[in-house]
Design a protein around this ligand. Sequence first.
Ligand SMILES: Nc1ncnc2c1ncn2[C@@H]1O[C@H](COP(=O)(O)OP(=O)(O)OP(=O)(O)O)[C@@H](O)[C@H]1O
Length: 309
Amino acid sequence: MLQAINLHKRYKTKEVVRQVNMQLEAGESIGLLGPNGAGKSTTISMLSSLVMPTSGEVIWNSESINKNPESLRKTLGVVPQEIALYPELSAKENLAFFGRIYGLKGSLLSERVEETLQKIGLSDRKNDIVKTFSGGMKRRLNIGAALLHRPSILIMDEPTVGIDPQSRAYILDTVKQLVEEGMTLLYTSHYMEEVELLCDKIYIMDQGEIIAFGTKEQLKSLVSNNQTIELKGHLLTEEFGEVLKKQFPTASVRYEEDIFLVSMPKKEEPLATIFALAAENDVTITSAIIKIPSLEDVFLHLTGKALRD
Ligand SMILES: Nc1ncnc2c1ncn2[C@@H]1O[C@H](COP(=O)(O)OP(=O)(O)OP(=O)(O)O)[C@@H](O)[C@H]1O
């Protein structure tokens, strides 16, 4: 129903989106996963007719959106990354403002504002002015602003960035419920666990290009011949990473806070060798766990770098 065909976007000499093909069918929930700067926001801005592609086309119900962007905009709810609210107005007044932009008025507008406040869990704070809200509450209201006209497709650009864990959980629950009620969703994130939770199909994007697409299971099967060993201990340094790479030339090594992750083909049986190399290099390993593949591993496998670099 919504389709991107060979989208490219160039800013001056820099091509920030290249050859993007995507398809979104009614009722599907699609994730667009990629690190910061991958080109996710630019892609969804083109899909929502907010940014013109340098070349390529967006097709909505068999018609190019260039011809009739209004028909698409009426059915889309777009939640931008930046919060766009009036801090001096109450939650209710903010929603009423956005509702009027969508052409709602009178009792229908009041009804939709109440319905939306309920959906985003802010009914009890509806008369408070927004500048008194926490970051998470502002995000919820930002999501509400995109729901007032009851869109059939919701496009969300990293809606949980920079908020506390409790608000994040609340937002994820709300989005999950919307999907269960039949909302078609396009959700961008650099948190693979959010995309895993909410989305049936996932596009992985890096450096302006879609590098993989499939269900979680299909994507994970790309790395099923791989294993990731999670090491904790003392003096697990880059030098030790180099020692491991020398011993296991097919391995890739990365850090996540104090955890050291080594990925390599399953056919290797590396633990005894890793412990021996650790002893030789005065490294103490306190725990070693072989992990089940995640989308993070898929990304590492495809690009050679961590999703959260
Ligand atoms: N208006 C613009 N002019 C010039 N460069 C731009 C513009 N908009 C985006 N870019 C560049 O395009 C690249 C992709 O940006 P985009 O915001 O689409 O990525 P993203 O995956 O959404 O990342 P983030 O999560 O950081 O927003 C970045 O290098 C960015 O600096």
